[in-house]
Design a protein. Structure first.
Lengths: 111, 125
């Protein structure tokens, strides 16, 4: 069982927007602005999409955005494209002692 | 372009020690933290631990008693050792880079900006 909770799957049509949530606690997501998101295509390594809640690495499209409210973090993908179909994992710092925790992953299907 | 490459045996016997090495092509190897993360088949990601070039390590508490991460800055390599393995340790093992702390505040960063392609390690007799 993962420390952060994500829906197992979400789906949407091309061009639409989708928001993936990541539920944590006041000891991780709620306490630190240190949430990151990773995209993983089947058989491939994860790829950093968002770090520190809402920052995009160089080369990541601005269709990807991150936010946080309370103990829940969100990844929003606008203008969905077929290539966005993948698993998405959230990750958070959880303080000294636990350090780094991941969500169980959400499978995004682009219909 | 930063590249990371995992290497090591793909099959380990139960109760033995899993050993992997990550070779990094990065001229600034000594400036970064380096991490191991694993993913059991059809499951999510699990952080194992990370190391700085000085040798300072931090481990996942759930694995701490069995894990050792070491670094060889002369070869731009860092390694993972996991002892007393069981079938539950079967996973794809990834190495990844963690950016250094912010210079102005010293605030640590806890995200992984470059990853290796991963290597599957199966624990089986």
């Amino acid at each position: 069982q993962s420390a952060l909770t994500q829906a197992a799957s979400v789906s949407a049509s091309p061009g639409q927007s989708i928001t993936i949530s990541c539920s944590g606690t006041s000891r991780d997501v709620g306490k630190y602005d240190l949430v990151s998101w990773y995209q993983q295509h089947p058989g491939k390594a994860p790829k950093l999409m968002i770090y520190e809640v809402n920052k995009r690495p160089s080369g990541i499209y601005n269709r990807f955005s991150g936010s946080k409210s309370g103990n829940t973090a969100f990844l929003t993908i606008s203008g969905l494209q077929a290539e966005d179909e993948a698993y998405y994992y959230c990750c958070s710092y959880a303080g000294s002692g636990t350090y780094v925790v991941f969500g169980g992953g959400t499978k995004l299907t682009v219909l | 372009q930063v590249q990371l490459q995992e290497s090591g045996p793909g099959l380990v016997r139960p109760s033995e020690t899993l050993s992997l090495t990550c070779t990094v092509s990065d001229d600034s190897f000594s400036n970064y933290y380096w991490s191991w993360i694993r993913q059991p088949p059809e499951k999510g990601l699990e952080w194992i631990g990370y190391i700085y070039s000085s040798g300072i390590t931090t481990y996942n508490p759930s694995l701490k008693s069995r894990v050792t991460i070491s670094v060889d800055t002369s070869r731009n390599q860092f390694s993972l050792s996991l002892n007393s393995v069981t079938a539950a340790d079967t996973a794809v093992y990834y190495c990844a880079r963690v950016p250094p702390p912010y210079k102005n505040t010293g605030t640590y960063k806890y995200y992984f900006d470059y990853w290796g392609q991963g290597t599957l390690v199966t624990v089986s007799s």
